[in-house]
Design a protein around this ligand. Sequence first.
Ligand SMILES: [Zn+2]
Length: 349
Amino acid sequence: MSLYIDVKYLQQIGNRLPLFKKKSDRLWNCRCPICGDSTKKKNKARGYFFTKGNDLFYKCHNCDAGQHFGTFLKNFDGQLYSQYSLERYSNGENRRAHSNPEADLIKKFQWTLPEETLTPPPSLLDKLLPRVSDLDADHECRRFCADRGIPEYQLSRLYFIDDMRRIVQISPKMRDKIVTAEPRLVIPFRDRSGKLVGLTCRALRGESLRYIAVRIDEDAAQIFGQEDINPLTTVYAVEGPLDSLFLPNAVAVGGTGFLRLGDLGVEQRRLTVVIDNQPRNREVVAVYKKVIDAGYRVFFWPSKYSGVKDINDLVKATGLSSRQLAELVDDHSVSGLKAQAQLAVWKRV
Ligand SMILES: [Zn+2]
């Protein structure tokens, strides 16, 4: 009955695996959480779980990771693995079953890519709006992104709307709310499976209403970038979606609602929260306290950057690359008691 147990646990973690999908009773597919799959192609999903005899295996067609489901689960969620391990091996089955040389077994498995995955599912947004990466280099929206220093490779994640009133094509609820016809930068929010749940439309021409939020699924957590994160390495959480484009493996909560990160399915210790560099008032201190109490690592802005207000500003001031920025954040992030101690000092300065 060990296959039954493997499949049961796979289904349990399915909602935390990006683009997870059951293909048949013997095959499941997802974006690979080990290598993160393709950073450019959001629809790529090259991780497969497949049955072989009485066992379930994982194989990624991108990074060539190949492991028994037990090994996969151990790395993905250590706590759940302990439970799995008890259940799977309590009935006298040989514990060595999944520490056997898995690679050999996987090599023997004739690898074929299911045809379905070769065609990315059509996205509603792509039918209606161009991606910023497809606009001419001198296009207003493209220049807006370039002026902010947003990396070129991130532009395919953003869209452009030439007339804000057209948003009713995506969300009819907006019909009476949108009266102006300006163009805007469109930032899509998706759920873990890649389904569109909302949009934020950013002003390009200095309109006083800088952001217009369009909710498509009222109940879904509006966390930008969550469909793409690799939960097995550090995940950075920032306030603004555009700020998140400067860091690797990052999400944005669209404000200071960092406690929504609980929905991400990422272990707390792997989440580093970057709060905007605001004046140290009571509200900001309260946000830090909540984030620390929730068990996340938190970034304390080095004092030499006191004039910088957020990640985008920091990049403009320093020209740091995504990797360098991640290093800077890692070097100044702490959690638990250390974070509490640092907050106590920080709030008095
Ligand atoms: Zn992979």
